[in-house]
Design a binder for this molecule. Structure first.
Ligand SMILES: [Zn+2]
Ligand SMILES: [Zn+2]
Length: 384
């Protein structure tokens, strides 16, 4: 009885996910520009500067925003200008779109919807886009999954990306927003209109992947597993019951499935020395054609060790799933797959979808023992 009560209390304390459909994303988080152009593309926007009231920006209107002594200066081509501590651009009606570009920055222009808030931040602008999970999802899916593929492939990627977003929704809580648009969180290129991707997101709206305890899973994915996915415990420190090695017959069609590289003996010997291994003593590193990847340790007869991941990073290999064979003046590397190998294999998922398998079968295959549920019935794991 006590046990059940304790469990109920824990369930009650874990954050409910339902209220989180609105999110704020920091835009241009990697390059952090100090000035910006805002263009009203479709529909009008109302700018509030917290001082003078409202400025209306109609389609085609461009506003320049820059920082001056920790304040914001704004100016339109028609001469409207002002200074403020913060700026908020609100769409006058649903469906409005605006674009942002950062002059002198390598960031490509982004088309966005929703509300935009700009504040001066030490050394740069803090640019926040307030939108919804469902509205930003197609952009995230396209950045992760590419442009081309069957519908159920994108549906699988949509539930994976949605699961990731909800699981990480408080990642920047201390910074005052939810996620950034950089690889640190999830690359967000802005609004996209690829119809297969948009429809895949809409038709799976609200669906996420959970474990048997209704907890959002760690929805890892990668390019190609090389015929066998990796267990997260072998690649990272953390093991999860749904991130276990799965034999994958679906990705071998892809060019990424098998690869070869030669490392010159000189480069290899330099690497060995950097690990405290005397060239000539490394025999055990090749023994048994070790195929384990990630943190799996390769050991010399003298007890020195290197991991597959260390070799991958040093030589820029496509994955840490390979065998090493000394071959005269070089080391022949015979590898499989692309990426870390944990979770959903994108090449395999695409092929399963081409063979008319539905997205729920795809996610069930790569994340064994998981369920697809509505976000209302999912919970976020407590932070470690
Ligand atoms: Zn981030
Ligand atoms: Zn695969």
């Amino acid at each position: 009885m006590m046990k059940r009560r304790a469990l109920l209390i824990i369930l009650f304390l874990l954050p409910a996910m339902a209220g989180f459909s609105q999110i704020s994303i920091r835009i241009f988080a990697r390059t952090r520009p100090v000035s910006l152009f805002f263009t009203a593309d479709r529909g009008s926007f109302l700018l509030r500067d917290g001082v003078a009231g409202e400025v209306r920006l109609n389609p085609g209107d461009i506003m320049a925003v820059s920082m001056h002594h920790e304040r914001l200066i704004y100016r339109t081509l028609s001469g409207t200008s002002g200074a403020a501590d913060s700026l908020t651009f609100t769409p006058a009606a649903a469906g409005a779109l605006f674009s942002l570009s950062a002059p002198g920055s390598e960031e490509p222009q982004k088309i966005l919807e929703g509300t935009l808030k700009i504040k001066p931040f030490p050394g740069s602008l803090q640019i926040l886009n307030i939108t919804t999970v469902e509205n930003c999802l197609p952009g995230v899916v396209r950045a992760e999954a590419g442009k081309f593929g069957p519908s159920d492939y994108f549906k699988a990627q949509a539930v994976v990306a949605r699961t990731y977003i909800y699981r990480n929704i408080d990642r920047h809580e201390l910074d005052g927003y939810n996620l950034c648009d950089d690889i640190h969180c999830q690359v967000y290129p802005g609004v996209v209109n690829d119809s297969v991707i948009v429809n895949a997101c809409r038709s799976t709206a609200g669906k996420v992947i959970t474990d048997r305890d209704s907890l959002l899973i760690e929805a890892a994915f990668h390019g190609n597993c090389g015929g066998e996915t990796a267990s997260s415990a072998d690649v990272w420190l953390a093991g999860y019951p749904y991130l276990v090695s799965v034999k994958d017959p679906w990705c071998s069609y892809s060019e990424s499935s098998v690869w070869k590289r030669n490392i010159s003996r000189e480069e290899w010997n330099n690497f060995l020395r950097s690990k405290g291994i005397t060239p000539g003593d490394e025999g055990g590193l090749y023994a048994g054609q070790v195929t384990g990847r990630g943190r799996i340790i390769r050991r010399t007869a003298q007890g020195r060790t290197v991991t597959s991941e260390e070799i991958r990073i040093r030589f820029g290999l496509r994955s840490a799933f390979f065998t090493l064979t000394p071959a005269g003046d070089s080391i022949a590397v015979s590898g499989r797959g692309y990426g870390h190998g944990v979770g959903l294999c994108q090449d395999g998922a695409k092929h399963m979808a081409e063979k008319k398998m539905t997205y729920d079968r795809i996610t069930g295959f790569y994340y064994p023992g998981t369920l697809l549920v509505d976000i209302k019935n999912a919970r976020k794991p407590a932070r470690p």
